[in-house]
Design a protein around this ligand. Structure first.
Ligand SMILES: N[C@@H](CCC(=O)N[C@@H](CS)C(=O)NCC(=O)O)C(=O)O
Length: 228
């Protein structure tokens, strides 16, 4: 049986509206009347609930407190609507963004919040992303082509990349208090997804597990947890 999903599309100021209030609020939110012209005032994020990239964008949207809609989209939908054929992608009026990083930059800008303000935070975010891409690549090859890491020299290299990145991140420094920056949020989205998909074992990486536990104390992060 299908598991009911949280109604994120009716977020207002970070609070989910009850379903009965949502349709009216939804219509009101769509309109920003200026000089008699109605303009769209909400963003549409296309993605899947369990994508770690889309989750990071959902966390940022909840934190920003801006009106937005989540449009659940599978690989076929992504192939039709985005040139990269990946999720997430975002529409904000005429603006179309096809990567979680540009989406995050846009959301943070719209809410006057910083996005990876230092070279070291950008570097850390990129490093995490490289390992996350490798892990998603391994996962999708297994799912689509039944290809296992042990069957492929390149996938063995991808797996080694993930392990060496985790070792580097485990050595720290890691944050001990909220709020997390986008580098650590990306890492937490990665770790939670990889545990959910049984891609990693964090026994060897207690500091990374501590970071994930800290992230789970964040309301927006907790509200967007992967759903089996
Ligand atoms: N660089 C992209 C990566 C997004 C990505 O890999 N998304 C996965 C889902 S988690 C996807 O759509 N994969 C489909 C495919 O590879 O065909 C981003 O940051 O948004």
């Amino acid at each position: 049986m299908a598991v009911p999903r949280p109604i994120e599309q009716f977020q207002l100021g970070g609070r989910a509206l009850p379903p009965c209030a949502a349709p009216l609020a939804w219509r009101v939110l769509q309109m920003d009347i200026r000089g008699g012209n109605a303009i769209a005032a909400f963003m549409k994020l296309y993605g899947s609930y369990n994508s770690p990239f889309a989750r990071h964008c959902r966390v940022a949207l909840i934190q920003a407190g801006l009106p937005w809609e989540f449009v659940e989209t599978d690989a076929t939908g992504a192939a039709k609507r985005s040139p990269t054929q990946k999720v997430p992608f975002l529409e904000d009026g005429d603006l179309k963004l096809t990567d979680s990083s540009s989406i995050l930059k846009h959301i943070r800008d719209r809410s006057a919040a910083p996005f990876l303000p230092t070279v070291s935070s950008l570097e850390r975010y990129c490093m995490v992303n490289t390992a996350l891409d490798a892990c998603v690549n391994i996962f999708l090859l297994e799912r689509y082509d039944r290809l296992r890491v042990s069957d492929s020299a390149y996938l063995t290299r991808q797996q080694a990349r993930i392990t060496s990145t985790f070792r580097e991140l485990e050595a720290g420094p890691l944050p001990t208090a909220l709020p997390l920056g986008d580098d650590d949020l990306r890492l937490a989205c990665f770790l939670d997804w990889a545990l959910f998909r049984k891609r990693i074992d964090l026994d060897e990486f207690p500091s990374l597990m501590a970071l994930l536990s800290l992230a789970r104390e964040d309301q927006a992060f907790a509200a967007t947890a992967p759903v089996p």
